[in-house]
Each structure stands twice: as structure tokens, then as C-alpha cells.
Design a binder for this molecule. Structure first.
Ligand code: F0G
Length: 455
């Protein structure tokens, strides 16, 4: 295969502080083996998230200087609004400080006690915001999407037959149908254009609004271009417009596919719903022409949106994940395949079969990656999802370790270094031991729990 180069050169650098294995052992111990408790200056390669951690371009930094910080009627809002509407043809664009704020506003209006909201897979904050209103969140992704080794090209697809029976059973309690593109919680897997349309039609059949969680819309559009019949010669802009055609709204985190360090928006078509959302926005975020953002953020997002649809960028973006995923697969590390758009997910349960899921193989592997390589990844498994509301514990569906790749931030030699270290772990993996939680908070334990290594 020909090498696909980074389609940018580096003008500003941010030094990485080098640390040794011995130093990192002390740091890990002090952090009680929780990688969220480690300072970023003690991390060599930070793959905790791809959210807000990307590098901005020269044009984005220049746009920042043009930010107009007027409380009302800022021209920066006009640029923000028109750039968004060029890609996503919604009537109302409501800026928020990040994706979850858009979700909180939307569900404060639509959800509530007794309501149920289906999606392919709700992201944690989406689920959290739905549940906080007393409603329930349901995941209806296709069966192939739950099998880490199934090579289906669109593993983020909604199970349309299940959605149909769900809506016929719960119809009157369903305020909207959601779809997450790409499906982050399911491994960054794309949804096909055909499936997006079928989901929209199913929502229409039951007279329900169709809302897209669009955080990684450009990566999803790129996969459609690569993998879906008849899409190869079409531009990303055309594909994106088709993805959103006939949708009634979108929630967005600009920290992903808008290359910004902060920001988001809620877009809607319905005037009455938008009015309610703006009223809520003024209470919780800010005036409708800035929402939760500064004028300069609106400019950075608008510029970022113009850059994210660049095919050279998207080709490089997906090739990076593919490269890491393929090399891991070849060295015998089980990864979720095909590799998704923003991250590589290691199947830690399959990799470390000698560690019981209730002794957290994903946590053991991510701690070892930090100790040996200084790489910070994120457990997405029994630590994150295993604790039930009644305090009991059971294994999560999968024990994964997510290597989320920040946009335009690291180079191929960072990837090669990490892969060399992981190869070392492969040779010694039977020596890795499970972990025990010695303290945990009542909810969202993965952020603050304290662990110890079992002897
Ligand atoms: N929806 C999806 C699919 C996401 O991945 C995220 C964030 C959000 C909504 C919320 O957006 O962070 O701007 O409030 N995902 C990050 C991650 C945190 O690491 O995957 P936000």
C-alpha cells in the first residue's frame, strides 16, 4: 500500500515531557491506577478522547482573531449559522457550549417521565440526559454491530425491523427517534445512507421527529463514500446533505468533527420547538447568538467545518486508525473490526482471557499501556458499565480499551512507538494481573474509582 502522508505541516509545537517506566510506576501507584487521575504532563501520548483535543489550523487561529464578542447580533454568529446551514439545511441553529448541553436542552423539552427514546446506540451523555428527565433510552443497533469480529461495513446501522416493532409497541410514549453517526459507543462504526433514510422513514411512518447525533458526521460520510454502492464519485458535501435530508433536528459536539476545542449546537426545523429551546438556552447557556460560546469559538467552529469535509484530510484520518488497527490485528491483539472512524478499540477480554471480567481486563491493559508506553487510553467495559443501580456488579457486554485518536495531533512515529510497546505487552501478557476496586463513588465510578493490582 502507498503511504498516506499527514496532509499538513507543523507550525506550532507543544513539547511532550519524557518520562521513564520507573517514574510512571510511581505516578500510577499515586493515582490508584485510575488514568483519569493522572496529570496530562505525565502522559506521552494522550488517547483518552478525540473530543476537543485536536489541533486547530492556521486559518482557525486567524478566524479566532476575528471573533466579534458582542452580546447580541455578532457577525461571528452569522458566519457560524450560515456555514452550518450550508451543510445541514435546518431552520434554527442554536449554539451551545458542547454537545451535552444541546442534548440537555432538547430532552428537557421532549423527554420526561414515561417517555422512551430509541437510537442505534445512545452515547453516555445522551443516555444520561434522557434518564435525568425520568425517560428511558433504548439501543437498537443491528446484531452485527455487537460482534467485535463481524466485518459488516456499516455496523452502526439501526435495526429497522426492531425499530418498527418498538415504535408500534411504544409509539405514543416515543417523543423522537435518534440516530448516532458514527456510532461511538459501538466502536466508531458508520451508519449507511440507506439505513439513515430507512430510519427517517420509520420515524415518519409513526409521525415522530427524527434527530441525528452528528458528532462525527464527516467521518461517517467518508465511510459512505468508500463503502456504499453508488457513492464513490459524490462529494462529501453532497453525501452530508443527503444524510440530513428530511431530518427534523441534530445535536452536535463541535469538539469532534468541527476541529474545535469547545462548542456544539442544537439544530431544529420546528418553530415552536426551537422557541422553547431558545428560552431554555437563555436560562442555561446564553443569548441565542452566542449560546454557551465566545464569538471567537463560533469563528473557529465555522472555519473547522469548512476543513473537516476535505477528502485529503478524511482519507488520512481513517487511514491512521486503519494502520494502527491492522498492525495490532497482525500482532495478535484482538481489535473491533472493521476499525472505526475516530478510535481503535482493543478487545481486552479476548486479549487477556486469564483475567476475569470482574477483575477488569480493560483496566489492567490500559494501566499496563501507561506504565510501559506512557500512552493514556480509556477502559470501556466493566469498570464503566458493570455497576448496577442497586450496587451489585456484573460484567459489561464487552471489555474494551479505546485508543481515541485526536485530530491532526500525533504523527505516524507516535503510532509506531505505541505499537512497538504494545507488541512488548503481547509477549508478556500472561503476567498481567487483574484489579480490585478499593473505593468507588455511587455513580460514574470510572472517573474517580481507586484500584489496586491483585497479587
Ligand atoms: N454524542 C456522542 C456520540 C459523543 O461521542 C459525545 C462525546 C457527545 C455526544 C457529547 O458531546 O462531549 O461535547 O458534550 N464524546 C466524547 C468521547 C466525550 O470521548 O467520546 P460533548
Amino acid at each position: 500500500m502507498n503511504t498516506i502522508i499527514e496532509p499538513f505541516r507543523i507550525k506550532t509545537v507543544e513539547p511532550i515531557r519524557m518520562t521513564t517506566v520507573a517514574e510512571r510506576e510511581t505516578i500510577l501507584h499515586k493515582a490508584d491506577y485510575n488514568l483519569f487521575s493522572i496529570a496530562s504532563r505525565d502522559v506521552l501520548i494522550d488517547l483518552l478522547t478525540d473530543s476537543g483535543t485536536g489541533a486547530m489550523s492556521t486559518k482557525q487561529w486567524a478566524a479566532i482573531m476575528q471573533g466579534d464578542e458582542s452580546y447580541a447580533g455578532s457577525p461571528s454568529f452569522d458566519r457560524f449559522e450560515s456555514t452550518i446551514q450550508n451543510l445541514f439545511p435546518f431552520q434554527h441553529i442554536i449554539p451551545t457550549h458542547q454537545g451535552r448541553a444541546a442534548e440537555a436542552i432538547l430532552f428537557s423539552i421532549l423527554a420526561g417521565n414515561g417517555k422512551v427514546i430509541p437510537s442505534n446506540t445512545h452515547f453516555d451523555t445522551t443516555r444520561g440526559n434522557i434518564e435525568a428527565t425520568g425517560a428511558e433510552a433504548h439501543d437498537l443497533v443491528i446484531e452485527e454491530g455487537k460482534d467485535p469480529q463481524n466485518l459488516h461495513p456499516f455496523k452502526g446501522n439501526m435495526d429497522i425491523a426492531k425499530l418498527d416493532s418498538f415504535l408500534s409497541e411504544h409509539g405514543k410514549n416515543v417523543p423522537c427517534v435518534m440516530l448516532t453517526v458514527t456510532n461511538n459507543a459501538g466502536g466508531g462504526q458508520p451508519v449507511s445512507l440507506e439505513n439513515i433514510r430507512a430510519t427517517r422513514e420509520m420515524a415518519k411512518k409513526y409521525g415522530l421527529p427524527f434527530i441525528i447525533d452528528a458528532c462525527r458526521f464527516a467521518e461517517n460520510a467518508w465511510f459512505i463514500k468508500l463503502r456504499e454502492k453508488g457513492q464513490q464519485t459524490r462529494s462529501i458535501t453532497e453525501i452530508v446533505r443527503d444524510m440530513f435530508e428530511g431530518a427534523d433536528g441534530m445535536t452536535m459536539s463541535a469538539k469532534k468533527d468541527a476541529f474545535a476545542n469547545i462548542g456544539g449546537w442544537l439544530a431544529l426545523n420546528d418553530d415552536e420547538l426551537a422557541e422553547k429551546a431558545r428560552t431554555r438556552l437563555i436560562l442555561t447557556e446564553g443569548f441565542p447568538t452566542y449560546g454557551g460560546l465566545a464569538g471567537r469559538d463560533l469563528e473557529a467552529i465555522a472555519q473547522g467545518l469548512e476543513e473537516i469535509i476535505d477528502e485529503d484530510y478524511l482519507r488520512y484520518r481513517v487511514a491512521v486508525n486503519q494502520y494502527i488497527g491492522d498492525r495490532l490485528h497482525k500482532m495478535g491483539v484482538p481489535v473491533v473490526r472493521p476499525v472505526g472512524g475516530h478510535a481503535v478499540f482493543i478487545d481486552a477480554r479476548a486479549f487477556l482471557p486469564h483475567i476475569d471480567p470482574l477483575q477488569y481486563p480493560g483496566q489492567a491493559l490500559s494501566c499496563e499501556m501507561y506504565r510501559l508506553a506512557g500512552v493514556r487510553a480509556c477502559e470501556i467495559g466493566t469498570v464503566m458499565f458493570g455497576r448496577k443501580p442497586d450496587g451489585s456488579e456484573e460484567p459489561a457486554a464487552m471489555d474494551l480499551v479505546r485508543l481515541a485518536i485526536p485530530r491532526r495531533t500525533y504523527t505516524q512515529s507516535h503510532a509506531d512507538y505505541m505499537l512497538e510497546r504494545i507488541e512488548q505487552i503481547v509477549g508478556e501478557k500472561d503476567k498481567l494481573r487483574g484489579m480490585r476496586i478499593k473505593w468507588e463513588p455511587p455513580a460514574m465510578r470510572h472517573f474517580t474509582a481507586k484500584f489496586e493490582v491483585l497479587t
